[in-house]
Design a protein around this ligand. Structure first.
Ligand SMILES: C[S@@+](CC[C@H](N)C(=O)[O-])C[C@H]1O[C@@H](n2cnc3c(N)ncnc32)[C@H](O)[C@@H]1O
Length: 218
């Protein structure tokens, strides 16, 4: 026998992490939206987050989804891949410049305008106007400095059994580093703490992409 005994506490190597990120083939429409976002200087969701959003939407048979941070529509398309027939996605972003290409890419991918609402506005003004207890998923991927407020809004919007999904919660390794006092790291820690201390959720923090918090509302 020349096999080495795996250690239970071994952390994934960079190679394993990249293998997991790229494990699921990405739909062509999502690839296009990611490429467009990158060309425009925006950071789209990672391939691993694409696959995870699709699985989460399918698991909850999501019909009503709200997201903060449209960019070119990569996450919207990933969510649609898993959402139930007839599902409707509301996506909020203050930047109209990216919502126009996002609309085009969603339409080209076969989603008619009746299936999505792209709201060009400040999420902190739009979120309070959405219906309470109506949403299967709230996906947060907007301005990191507003994460605490997005998370606070999400608890009201989600139905029991609905999912709060927050992207970038490890923010370039800054959040886990107690020495890091950057604004984003501090605010993201506050948002994580609010969910952690709330009785409203069961949660997990997945180390995919830049970190993905998934919390199911009780
Ligand atoms: C990381 S990108 C979103 C990526 C997108 N979900 C995707 O999959 O490609 C962040 C988005 O937040 C938007 N944003 C910028 N400032 C914002 C603000 N003050 N409030 C909310 N969103 C903002 C940007 O326009 C951008 O589209």
């Amino acid at each position: 026998m020349n096999s080495t005994q795996p250690q239970n506490n071994a952390v994934p190597s960079q190679q394993s992490w990249e293998f997991a990120e790229d494990y699921v083939a990405m739909p062509e429409a999502v690839r296009l939206a990611r490429d467009e976002a990158t060309l425009s200087g925006l950071t789209p969701i990672s391939p691993g987050v694409v696959a995870t959003l699709t699985v989460l939407a399918a698991t909850t048979r999501a019909k009503l989804v709200v997201e903060v941070g449209t960019a070119m529509g990569a996450s919207a398309l990933a969510l649609f891949e898993g959402m139930a027939e007839g599902g409707i996605l509301t996506s909020i972003d203050p930047e109209t410049d990216s919502q126009l290409p996002a609309r085009k890419l969603l339409t080209e991918a076969g989603y008619t305008s009746s299936k999505f609402r792209l709201i060009a506005g400040n999420p902190l003004e739009v979120l309070p106007k959405l219906n309470s207890g109506a949403y299967d998923i709230v996906f947060v991927n907007g301005d990191k400095l507003e994460y605490v407020e997005y998370v606070a809004n999400a608890e009201r919007l989600l139905r029991p059994g609905g999912l709060l999904v927050v992207n970038d919660v490890l923010w370039h390794n800054q959040v886990a580093d107690p020495e890091n006092e950057g604004d984003e790291a501090i605010i993201i820690r506050e948002a994580l703490q609010a969910v952690n201390e709330s009785d409203a959720y069961q949660q997990t923090l997945l180390p995919i992409g830049n970190g993905l918090l998934v919390a199911v509302k009780n």
